[in-house]
Design a protein. Structure first.
Length: 75
Protein backbone atom coordinates (compact mmCIF):
# COMPACT_ATOMS: atom_id res chain seq x y z
CA UNK A 1 0.00 0.00 0.00
CA UNK A 2 1.43 3.36 -1.03
CA UNK A 3 1.68 6.52 0.96
CA UNK A 4 -1.11 9.07 0.60
CA UNK A 5 -0.41 11.61 -2.09
CA UNK A 6 -0.46 15.31 -1.16
CA UNK A 7 -3.31 17.35 -2.56
CA UNK A 8 -2.52 19.37 -5.62
CA UNK A 9 -3.42 23.08 -5.42
CA UNK A 10 -6.47 22.49 -7.62
CA UNK A 11 -7.70 19.68 -5.30
CA UNK A 12 -7.19 21.81 -2.20
CA UNK A 13 -9.34 24.56 -3.72
CA UNK A 14 -12.27 22.22 -4.37
CA UNK A 15 -14.07 21.55 -1.09
CA UNK A 16 -16.51 18.67 -0.98
CA UNK A 17 -20.11 19.64 -1.67
CA UNK A 18 -21.94 20.99 1.37
CA UNK A 19 -25.14 19.46 2.74
CA UNK A 20 -27.17 22.32 1.27
CA UNK A 21 -25.76 21.55 -2.20
CA UNK A 22 -26.72 17.90 -1.90
CA UNK A 23 -30.22 18.89 -0.78
CA UNK A 24 -30.54 21.16 -3.82
CA UNK A 25 -29.46 18.25 -6.00
CA UNK A 26 -32.02 15.99 -4.33
CA UNK A 27 -34.80 18.47 -5.07
CA UNK A 28 -33.77 18.91 -8.69
CA UNK A 29 -33.64 15.13 -9.12
CA UNK A 30 -37.05 14.82 -7.43
CA UNK A 31 -38.61 17.17 -9.97
CA UNK A 32 -37.43 14.69 -12.62
CA UNK A 33 -38.97 11.77 -10.70
CA UNK A 34 -35.77 10.37 -9.18
CA UNK A 35 -35.40 9.64 -5.48
CA UNK A 36 -32.00 10.40 -3.96
CA UNK A 37 -30.71 9.55 -0.47
CA UNK A 38 -28.81 12.63 0.73
CA UNK A 39 -27.10 10.81 3.59
CA UNK A 40 -25.82 8.16 1.19
CA UNK A 41 -24.65 10.85 -1.25
CA UNK A 42 -22.41 12.23 1.49
CA UNK A 43 -20.80 8.95 2.51
CA UNK A 44 -20.88 6.69 -0.57
CA UNK A 45 -18.88 8.22 -3.42
CA UNK A 46 -19.83 5.44 -5.86
CA UNK A 47 -23.53 6.11 -5.24
CA UNK A 48 -22.98 9.87 -5.55
CA UNK A 49 -21.11 9.52 -8.84
CA UNK A 50 -23.82 7.21 -10.22
CA UNK A 51 -26.56 9.70 -9.31
CA UNK A 52 -24.57 12.58 -10.76
CA UNK A 53 -23.93 10.66 -13.99
CA UNK A 54 -27.65 9.97 -14.29
CA UNK A 55 -28.38 13.68 -13.79
CA UNK A 56 -25.70 14.73 -16.30
CA UNK A 57 -27.38 12.51 -18.89
CA UNK A 58 -30.85 13.92 -18.27
CA UNK A 59 -32.94 16.38 -20.28
CA UNK A 60 -33.06 19.25 -17.77
CA UNK A 61 -30.21 21.71 -18.52
CA UNK A 62 -30.34 23.19 -15.00
CA UNK A 63 -29.97 19.76 -13.41
CA UNK A 64 -27.20 18.79 -15.84
CA UNK A 65 -25.21 21.94 -15.04
CA UNK A 66 -25.74 21.56 -11.27
CA UNK A 67 -24.73 17.89 -11.36
CA UNK A 68 -21.64 18.60 -13.47
CA UNK A 69 -20.43 21.20 -10.97
CA UNK A 70 -20.87 18.72 -8.11
CA UNK A 71 -19.19 15.94 -10.08
CA UNK A 72 -16.16 18.11 -10.79
CA UNK A 73 -15.81 18.85 -7.09
CA UNK A 74 -15.89 15.17 -6.20
CA UNK A 75 -13.00 14.70 -8.60
Amino acid sequence: MGLPQPLSPSDAERPAPALSEWIGFKWLMGVQGHRVDVQRLQCDSEYALTCLAQACGGRDPVLRAYAERLRQRLG
